[in-house]
Design a protein around this ligand. Structure first.
Ligand SMILES: [Zn+2]
Length: 85
């Protein structure tokens, strides 16, 4: 009977130790990804963010309306900007 309890305790201890190791490992992985994300963001901003010539909002170049040399966030702002010219 006492042997069973010892086995149970050892099992629980191993389980707990494994869980702690997994948590530490997961935290390391998460920190690594966070670090990569922080390095990537300024690159993305300088590389592909454009400013709407009408309202000044910044948006990704891929989702902007291009009317060289200007960029717009929507067709309404492009029309409004061209009307002001
Ligand atoms: Zn706009």
């Amino acid at each position: 009977m006492s042997l069973l309890i010892v086995r149970l305790l050892v099992f629980l201890l191993l389980f707990w130790a494994g869980w702690q190791l997994w948590r530490v490992w997961e935290r390391k992985q998460g920190a690594g990804q966070e670090h990569l994300g922080q390095e990537k963001k300024p690159h993305l901003d300088s590389e592909s963010m454009v400013r709407c010539a009408q309202c000044g909002v910044h948006l990704p170049e891929s989702s902007a309306i291009h009317a060289e040399p200007y960029h717009f966030c929507c067709k309404e702002h492009q029309k409004a900007f061209e009307a002001d010219q």
